[in-house]
Design a protein around this ligand. Sequence first.
Ligand code: NAP
Ligand code: 3JM
Length: 340
Amino acid sequence: MSERKFNVAVAGATGAVGGAMLNVLERRDFPLNELRLLASERSVGKKLKFRDSEIEVGLLSKDAFAGIDIALFSAGASRSLEFAPAAVAAGAVVVDNSSGFRMDDDIPLVVPEVNPQAIARYKNRGIIANPNCSTIQMVVALKPIYDKVGIKRIVVSTYQAVSGTGAKAIEELREQVKAYAAGSPLQKEVYPHQIAFNCLPHIDSFLDTGYTKEEMKMVNETRKIFEDPAIGVTATAVRVPVFYGHSESVNIETGEKISAAEVKELLGAAPGMKVVDEPSLSIYPLALDCEGKFETLVGRIREDESIDNGINLWVVADNILKGAALNAVQIAEIVARDYL
Ligand code: NAP
Ligand code: 3JM
């Protein structure tokens, strides 16, 4: 490891993902020289804790990136589209958490456990895209199976935590639960329906096909990451009243037969994965158990007896960590180690 230290900017530092980025940079001891925190004018002057000090938040603007080596963006897609090119022009490599650039042909879409080689293509435009949270944890779990026997089709249903919508949604669930317990009327602003004690089959906006954009992110991003346009993917994305941790029921049709025992062994040895699968002891991955963890948890591994070559999995990860901040910092670590 070289001795070099890097100047890193976090755009969206005051948000749910931005806060987790600070936490991950600290936990992984990223080789930092300067850490620059950026957000909207609402937050300018606010101080955020990092290691033993406090860092003042500056304004996200086109001239905020002078001297920055790596810029981590999590301030929404429109801010990425507006400010990431300016960060690149100032000499930074951008790791973008939004959907703004993910499907651009000349921008790599990267999960380090799955396609780290794609990072080299950042030189096209200076930007590397981080996939959607639901895609990341699914492809981490599927990669070893894909490499061993191929995957023809994926049917996935998600159970997604409110933290995926941001800081305001975390507050909305907390307030609704409190109001319910107090017998007061429940207020809703972030979601179109009450989220407490409910499940909403609606994440991001609806398309004319009847699918949501969130569902199509899983379809299109999975094909791009596996570089396999032929893989069939169909998704149903559901918001559930959980604070942290997305859970997914994943059904796959493989190219060749593979047993549940073989899948368990493969995934047990896979990077970034932890098998949690002792159903007779009521042990399986739980959203509550993944909070704060870097690993993607997998369990309920079993054969789908309704088809010749089918497997069912239950995949759980901290959506703010592996689904966003951790994945972005892992990419930044590779950029710093291998490319700068
Ligand atoms: P959040 O808690 O609502 O935070 C939003 C952040 O963006 C805050 O720091 C906010 O600053 C900043 N921001 C908003 N409008 C801005 C503006 N006009 N100029 C400058 N900064 C602005 O949301 P979050 O959950 O952290 O998510 C942030 C973004 O990350 C999402 O919009 C999404 O694109 C991406 N994301 C990706 C994944 C993934 O799956 N990879 C998951 C979640 C989120 P203020 O505090 O000053 O308002
Ligand atoms: C996760 O631009 C925005 O308002 C951001 C919406 C958003 C996204 C997105 O589309 O970038 C919120 C939460 C994501 C995502 O990861 O795709």
